[in-house]
Design a protein around this ligand. Structure first.
Ligand code: ZN
Length: 327
């Protein structure tokens, strides 16, 4: 049976829209109109991309995501593979085996907009080849420094399914697959939660990016110098970590960056360098990225169970971006 469409004159239009509305209103128990969105609309998505290929992606972040049944993407700079504080080839395979996406972040981390097209092409083609030679699929790219222009994007589009820049914006669908937008994951947890709120409300795709997953502590009564890469032991809490770098400021004192590896240091702990023998008293947490990530993932899971935490490649699947043709 063919249903007649309402004509251009006003009376049938009024009848078509007003009559069912009046009937529904009369029924009383009809849910509010804004609660349900069309099923075919894209789901709200959130992705986390760890830039540069730090080994904290595997040592610290992967277990936090696994605890929430979630995965993320790591963007690996090929020249840094296996160097201190970066993922080794075995660790990259381990992340991929745990369901993480391996993205390319070029070979040498140049500012691509300063290179000639042939050099851009070499950076983008070789990084993909070398990562895939490790036995992991690579479909997508992160531009170093988020730097890109029309030439860079055109070349990226030849080698990759999609590429991510910055832009501090949401992806409302994928307008340009070579220019995915992202926000840096800042220390202000409230502001990060508001980004999640907005992405959910408008059903967009929110991509966060961050780097080494570390923490910053303020120390008191420091004696001696910690050595980069050495193990830090916190007593009596029993926590351990890996020292990165320290800064000393007059009046303010000493702060250190370190990678938390096990346990949870408590203020008042004595910190000792396993190699240097340097010591200090742990005074105060300035920021703690693993704790922040844990809270943010829990916030998404508890408040927005319909929001999906996906890798970039999974997000592209859900938004209907064509997969790379495989030879
Ligand atoms: Zn980078």
């Amino acid at each position: 049976m063919k249903t007649a469409r309402p004509g251009p004159d006003r009376f049938p239009i009024l009848l078509t829209w007003l009559l069912p509305a009046l009937l529904l209103a009369a029924c009383g128990a009809v849910p509010g109109p804004a609660a349900v969105l069309p099923a075919e609309a894209p789901p709200p998505l959130v992705s986390f991309v760890f830039d540069d290929g730090n080994d904290t992606d595997l040592l610290v972040a992967q277990p936090l995501f696994a605890a929430q049944g979630a995965v993320a993407s790591t963007a690996v700079t090929v020249d840094r593979i296996g160097t201190p504080e970066y993922l080794s080839a075995a660790q990259i395979r381990e992340l991929a085996g745990a369901g993480w996406e391996i993205m390319s972040h070029t070979v040498s981390h140049p500012r691509l907009t300063t290179l000639e097209p042939a050099a851009i092409d070499a950076e983008l083609a070789r990084s993909k080849q070398e990562l895939e030679a490790l036995g992991v699929p690579v479909a997508n790219l992160v531009y170093p420094y988020n730097g890109n222009d029309a030439v860079v994007r055109e070349i990226a589009g030849r080698h990759y399914r999609a590429a991510r820049g910055g832009g501090r914006d949401f992806n409302r669908g994928v307008a340009d697959r070579t220019l995915l937008k992202s926000f840096p994951l800042k220390h202000d947890s409230g502001a990060m939660e508001r980004l999640v709120d907005q992405a959910f409300a408008e059903r967009s795709w929110l991509i966060f990016y961050l780097h080494e997953v570390n923490a910053k502590l303020r120390l008191a009564a420091a004696r001696g110098e910690f050595l980069r890469g050495e193990t830090l032991r916190f007593t009596p809490s029993g926590a351990t970590g890996r020292f990165t770098v320290s800064h000393w400021f007059p009046l303010y004192g000493t702060s250190i960056y370190y990678v938390p590896l096990s346990g949870r240091p408590r203020p008042g702990d004595v910190v000792t360098g396993a190699v240097s023998g340097a010591t200090a008293k742990f005074d105060d947490v300035m920021y703690d990225k693993p704790a922040q990530l844990t809270r943010l993932l829990a916030y998404i899971r508890e408040r927005y169970p319909q929001m999906r935490i996906v890798t970039v490649d999974q997000g592209l699947d859900l938004l209907g971006v064509p997969a790379l043709a495989r030879p």
